[in-house]
Design a protein around this ligand. Structure first.
Ligand code: SAH
Length: 344
C-alpha cells in the first residue's frame, strides 16, 4: 500500500503521475495531508474520481482516539491512539505559557531496556512511520482545535533507533507547505546512540537535542541504561561535543533523579563537569514512579543537596516541572495501563 502520509511532495508527484494525474494535484494533496485531513472526502478541490482512486490505492487510516484524558490540575491532555494495525501509542499535549507542546512517540514499545522506564517493558513491537509520527501532532491539533507551538520526540520509543523515519518526520513537520513547525521548535530526545548521533550531527539541523544521561559514571549508567554498555559516557560526551561543534546548538542533558542511585554529591560534581565540557544545559527530572520498577524519586533533601553542588559549581540547570501527574501522562505509563487491561 502507498503510505502517502509519509511521502514528500516529490514522491507524491511520482505517485500521482503514475495514476495519470497532473503534478499540481500532488501539491494539493500534500497540503491537505499537512493540515491533518481525516479522509479523502474532505479534500474538496480534488476531483471525485481521483479521491476514489486514492482511497483505494492509498487508504488514509487516521489514528483513532482510544482514550483521552485531561488533567484537572494543569490541563495536560493525553491521548492513547489506535493505529491501523491495532497497536497503541500515546501522545501528550502540555500547556506552557508560550503555547502547546506535543510530546510524540517514535516507536511502538522500545528495545533500549532502561531500568526505570515503562515504555520498554514489553520490548519493541515496531517502528512508527513518519506519517504515524506526524499524525500524532496533526490529530491532537485537530481534536483540540488549537495550534501546536512545539514538538518533543520524548514519548514511547527511541527516535534514533528509527532514524530514517525520524528524519523524514522532521522534514515533513518542518515543511513550509505542511505543518511548518520550525526546527528550533522541535526537540529530539535520545538515550545516546553514539553512531546515530554522529549521523545526526552531519545533518546540521537546528533542532534541540536532548540526551538522556541519568548518570555521569559508567557503572551507574550501564546499570540504568543498557544502551550505555559498549558505548560509555566518554563516547556519549564526545558525540555531544561533536554535535555542538557541528550545529552550534546547545544540548540538554536529561537527568531523572533516582533515590540513592544517581543523586550523590560526587555524581552531582561529575555531572557538572560533563555538562561544562559539552556546554550542555542540565534538566533535572524527579523520577516518575513506575509500578513495575524498583526505583523511587530522590528524597527532597537529596535533591536539594544535589542542586547545591550544581549551584556551587556554576552548572547551568533547571528542575523540570512535572505535568499531568493525575493522568499517568508520562513515559509509556498510559500504554502500559491499557495493555494490562487497567482502567484509564
Ligand atoms: N528514548 C528516548 C526518548 C523517550 S523517553 C530517550 O531515552 O531519551 C523521554 C525521557 O523520559 C527520557 O529522558 C527518559 O529517560 C525519561 N524517563 C523514562 N522513564 C522515566 C521515569 N520513570 N521517570 C522520569 N523520566 C523517565
Amino acid at each position: 500500500m502507498n503510505d502517502v502520509k509519509s511521502m514528500l511532495p516529490a514522491e507524491l508527484e511520482q505517485l500521482l503521475t503514475a495514476l495519470g494525474e497532473p503534478k499540481y494535484r500532488a501539491k494539493q494533496l500534500f497540503s491537505w495531508l499537512g493540515r491533518g485531513a481525516g479522509s479523502y472526502a474532505e479534500m474538496s478541490n480534488l476531483p471525485a474520481a481521483l479521491r476514489e482512486k486514492l482511497a483505494k490505492e492509498a487508504p488514509l487510516c487516521p489514528p483513532e482516539i482510544l482514550r483521552k484524558a485531561v488533567s484537572r490540575t494543569d490541563g495536560t491532555v493525553k491521548y492513547l491512539w489506535r493505529l491501523s494495525d491495532g497497536n497503541a501509542v500515546e501522545t501528550v499535549v502540555m500547556r506552557y505559557a508560550h503555547g502547546l507542546t506535543v510530546c510524540i512517540s517514535s516507536q511502538v514499545g522500545c528495545r533500549m531496556g532502561c531500568a526505570f522506564c515503562a515504555s520498554t517493558i514489553g520490548g519493541l513491537v515496531r517502528n512508527l512511520t513518519a506519517g504515524e509520527m506526524l499524525d500524532q501532532v496533526l490529530f491532537a491539533r485537530r481534536d483540540l482545535g488549537e495550534e501546536i507551538g512545539n514538538i518533543v520526540v520524548m514519548g514511547i520509543g527511541e527516535p534514533l533507533d528509527n532514524y530514517d523515519n525520524l528524519l523524514r518526520f522532521l522534514t515533513l513537520a518542518n515543511h513550509p507547505e505542511g505543518l511548518n513547525i520550525g526546527m528550533r521548535h522541535i526537540t529530539v530526545s535520545t538515550c545516546g546512540l553514539t553512531e546515530k548521533l554522529a549521523a545526526l550531527a552531519a545533518e546540521d539541523l537546528q533542532i534541540t537535542l536532548a540526551i538522556s544521561l541519568h548518570a555521569p559514571d559508567d557503572e551507574t549508567r550501564s546499570r540504568l541504561m543498557p544502551a550505555n554498555r559498549g558505548r560509555g559516557v566518554a563516547a556519549v560526551l564526545a558525540a555531544c561535543e561533536e554535535y555542538f561543534a557541528r550545529t552550534g546548538r546547545r544540548i540538554t542533558f536529561e537527568y531523572a533523579m533516582i533515590d540513592g542511585v544517581n543523586d550523590s554529591v560526587s555524581q552531582a560534581e561529575q555531572l557538572a563537569a560533563l555538562a561544562k565540557k559539552a556546554r550542555a544545559h542540565i534538566n533535572l527530572i524527579p523520577l516518575n514512579h513506575v509500578e513495575e520498577r524498583e526505583f523511587s524519586p530522590s528524597a527532597p533533601e537529596r535533591m536539594a543537596a544535589f542542586c547545591r553542588v550544581l549551584d556551587r559549581l556554576g552548572a547551568n540547570y533547571t528542575v523540570r516541572r512535572s505535568l499531568g501527574g493525575d493522568v499517568d501522562a508520562s513515559c509509556g505509563q498510559l500504554r502500559r495501563t491499557y495493555e494490562r487491561g487497567g482502567s484509564l
